[in-house]
Design a protein around this ligand. Structure first.
Ligand code: OVM
Length: 398
């Protein structure tokens, strides 16, 4: 069977036009069919919720070990040593995932909440003195670069390197286009900083990073795996949540009635974040690779083919969601694809939720209204969606 079985689309999900305004393309992708041949990149794909779930539920057929970007590691050399979580399959993936999942689970998070609350309160205090702030440079980045590296046990020096590092890691999941090339400029220093900071001797006692090494001491993973597992924290834990916070504030500025709902009931912070992830997911697209000839929604797909999934499209698939284009923090958001799903579903989702919940709660108690106060600029990335600048005016509640 060949690609002629499926509808063909010439959409380029990594073009500037797509990244600037993906929504019309998402619709085209969904409506072209359940499975689409993307002629621009010679890969298969889906924009539909159901099919995306089916792919994620079958990691034996749709594997991650050949990379979850456009590059097929069966045919080309990865640009960095592959992630031992994201770009791995069972059986190797299984124990590593269990170890990292345990490090990022409720016991540790319970301890971290108070620290996050202190950081959020201090930040909101500063914000209310200024009132005119940038959501990225003055809210999302300083908050995440404080709480997350503190939690992992990273030193103060050089944390800003995590932003360009993440940009490169995520851009590398797309083609080697201009965006990718630009994010590689000056990357030697950034990578060196990251490679130094995931080493055992540079991690603080009591942090999440050192716990991974302790699991290695206990024989649960190897001492070779530990640093690369801590690298995953530093790769995936910053740009995603920074973009999530920017996107959240954008959503609330544009839907003031939703902010009022949150202010009236701050316990909605957690579900509000889920709706942000559905509506404006920070991590928008990724791939699997077929391990054998298979079929999906009646379409034959040969083995060793890349398969593209659009989180953004699935999250607004009208087959799955009522009024998908409406931002509503009280909707039932279960099933959104913002954290992926299946055995590779975001292992950091609990800490991400805690970070954003705490920040939104602190902001909701002090801010009556959020307005966009000037032109915004997107932070373009092959697979991430977020802002570079998002100027806001914050109106105090009291
Ligand atoms: C990793 C990694 C990198 C980027 C994203 C990600 C969304 C994981 O190094 O494990 O998960």
């Amino acid at each position: 069977m060949t690609q002629s079985d499926a509808s063909t689309s010439d959409i380029d999900p990594f073009s500037t036009e797509y990244l600037l305004d993906p929504y019309p393309f998402h619709e085209q992708l969904r409506e072209a069919g359940p499975v689409v041949w993307l002629s621009k990149w010679n890969c298969w794909g889906t924009g539909r919720h159901k099919e995306m779930n089916e792919v994620l539920a079958d990691p034996k057929t749709f594997c991650s070990g050949a990379g979850v970007g456009l590059a097929n590691f069966n045919n080309e050399k990865p640009w960095r040593q592959p992630s031992m979580l994201l770009e791995a399959d069972a059986p190797e993936h299984t124990m590593r995932r269990a170890v990292v999942g345990k490090v990022l689970s409720t016991g540790n998070l319970r301890r971290l909440r108070a620290d996050f609350e202190v950081a959020a309160a201090a930040l909101v205090e500063r914000l209310m003195e200024k009132r005119a702030v940038d959501a990225v440079a003055e809210v999302a980045e300083p908050y995440i670069l404080k709480v997350f590296p503190d939690a992992v046990g990273i030193g103060q020096e050089g944390r800003e390197n995590l932003i360009p590092y993440g940009a490169m890691v995520f851009n590398a999941l797309g083609p080697q286009n201009e965006l990718f090339q630009e994010s590689m400029v000056g990357i030697k220093e950034v990578s060196d900083w990251v490679m130094k900071n995931f080493l055992r001797e540079n991690l603080r006692p009591g942090g999440l990073g050192l716990e991974v090494y302790e699991a290695a001491d206990a024989g649960q993973v190897t001492l070779d795996e530990a640093p690369i597992l801590v690298r995953s924290f530093l790769s995936a834990g910053v740009d995603t949540t920074v973009n999530a916070i920017g996107n959240a504030l954008w959503c609330f500025a544009n839907h003031p009635e939703q902010w009022q709902k949150l202010r009236a009931n701050p316990a909605l912070s957690r579900s509000a974040f889920e709706e942000v992830l559905r509506f404006e997911a920070p991590f928008q697209s990724y791939f699997r690779t077929t391990t054998k000839d298979t079929s999906l929604a009646g379409t034959a797909i040969p083995g060793n083919q890349k398969f593209f999934m659009s989180v953004g499209a699935a999250n607004r698939d009208p087959r799955r969601w009522d009024q998908p284009g409406t931002f509503n923090i009280e909707r039932q958001t279960t099933g959104h694809m913002g954290f992926g799903g299946g055995i590779h579903g975001c292992v950091g989702q609990m800490i991400a939720r805690l970070e954003v919940e705490v920040l939104l709660t602190a902001m909701a108690s002090r801010i009556a209204r959020i307005e966009v106060s000037g032109p915004t600029t997107p932070r373009l990335n092959n697979v991430l969606r977020g802002f570079d600048t998002l100027p806001l005016t914050l109106y105090p509640a009291h």
